[in-house]
Ligand binder design. Structure first.
Ligand SMILES: [Zn+2]
Length: 427
């Protein structure tokens, strides 16, 4: 392959072969300073799967032999976006991360399927469980790089519970819920001391005994603390932010409804004078499930209007995502899926969604009336910043992972690259 080989977007890029060292994307639409600009180029170092700085290639490395091994891909003015990041996903495609006996095999299936929907990295999410289940599952979900072979990158586990409020348990089992009277020791005991290293996010209820005072200990261990499944007042929620919490889990769901005298965690979107000690974030990020069922489109719009930079699109998908109606596993329970609704079987309690990231981003744009760039940001740079991984994910800047998706103007996923190599979509 040489610089003369120009491919069209309809062609498959064979840059897995050793001859190609650089991939140059031409005629792209890229997000530059919050705007979508046409006629842009993007360089990918295929040897290490990172984004290259185009200027450096030509000015600093003029005689670089790798320039002779460059392949050019014409993007035909498609949007070239960072891959989507899903920080809350319980499973999909028949797999439930909490209940499946073979979690390793399950992760392989989901990781590959996510790529087809434009999601190139994710946080497998485990619902409230007893310590034996954490002991079994958590060591098996290690952070791992994304690749065409393995699928989307695993950024770390999202443990939703068990330190949550029984009255806001949603689809979680009440018998496994915990308080933290012994502080961090209770967290270490439930999840397992070593397993804390595999955890990226913990969703907890600040008002549960001992929990709010433990948040700073979790943050010191590089865990992102998210407020959720909670009856917390706005005062307790603000104290959780002071203690280092930086995220709210599936805003509106499994928390008190917005009330003007005490707006609860939803009121954090209006906070502006919290005394923050452990982070520099005054307002938290917040996850939004955009299936049109978990939150009314107007609610999504209100949240987004009040704090656009904090919006994070999450799927909260369960085993049925990508599949048809039926009965599916959900932790130790069963969920019934019917016409996009997912209920705990025999009840009217919502139990996750069956939506995928590509459809979520489309819905988010529709619900909020935001620009394409703003919709993409809510699935890329915002979650990357919430997890503190913006120096490798969520933005196509030099040195970041070349996890890239091509989108048309309706936000349909047309092409996917993970770590600089094209993942072949069989659509
Ligand atoms: Zn939940």
């Amino acid at each position: 392959m040489t610089t003369s080989s120009i491919l069209n977007t309809n062609d498959k890029v064979d840059n897995s072969n050793n001859d190609v060292k650089i991939l140059k994307l031409i005629n792209c639409r890229l997000i530059i300073k919050e705007e979508l600009l046409s006629d842009q180029v993007l360089f990918i170092d295929v040897t290490n799967g990172k984004i290259l700085d185009g200027q450096k290639i030509f000015f600093q490395e003029r005689n670089w032999s790798r320039l002779n091994t460059m392949q050019i891909l014409d993007c035909n003015n498609l949007i070239v976006s960072p891959g989507y990041i899903d920080i809350q996903i319980n499973g999909g495609f028949g797999v439930d991360f909490t209940a499946d006996v073979d979690i390793v095999e399950g992760l392989k299936i989901v990781s590959k399927e996510l790529l087809k929907r434009g999601c190139t990295s994710f946080c497998p999410t485990i619902v409230s469980s007893d310590s034996k289940i954490y002991e079994n599952i958590l060591p098996k979900i290690r952070q791992r790089k994304g690749s065409v072979k393995d699928g989307a990158e695993i950024l770390g586990v999202h443990c939703e519970g068990p330190f949550i409020a029984p009255e806001k348990k949603g689809a979680h089992q009440e018998k496994v819920l915990k308080s933290a009277t012994n502080g961090i020791k209770d967290f270490q005991e439930v999840y397992g001391m070593k397993n804390l290293n595999n955890i990226k996010i913990i969703t907890l209820a600040p008002e549960v005994e001992g929990v709010n005072d433990t948040i700073s200990e979790l943050v010191k261990r590089n865990i992102v603390v998210s407020i959720g499944h909670t009856s917390s007042s706005v005062k307790d929620s603000e104290r959780a932010i002071e203690n280092g919490a930086t995220l709210v889990t599936h805003l509106f769901n499994a928390m008190q409804a917005f009330h003007h005298r005490d707006p609860g965690p939803v009121g954090l979107l209006g906070s502006f004078n919290i005394k923050v000690t452990l982070s520099n974030k005054i307002k938290p990020y917040y996850g939004l499930i955009c299936d049109g069922i978990h939150s009314h489109p107007n609610s999504v719009k209100i949240a987004y209007s009040s704090h656009p930079k904090g919006a994070i699109i999450v799927t909260d998908a369960m085993a049925a995502a990508g599949l048809s109606d039926g009965i599916y596993k959900l932790g130790e329970m069963e969920a019934k899926v019917s016409e996009d609704y997912v209920f705990i079987n025999g009840t009217e309690t919502l139990a996750g969604s069956k939506i995928t990231m590509d459809d979520s981003v489309k819905n988010f744009r529709k619900f909020t009336g935001c620009s394409i760039v703003e919709a993409i940001n809510s699935a890329t740079i915002n979650p990357a910043k919430a997890l503190g991984v913006q120096n490798k994910k969520g933005i196509l800047s030099e040195g970041n992972d070349a996890d890239i998706i091509f989108l048309d103007d309706d936000l349909n996923v047309k092409k996917v690259f993970v770590a600089g190599i094209e993942f072949r979509l069989n659509k």
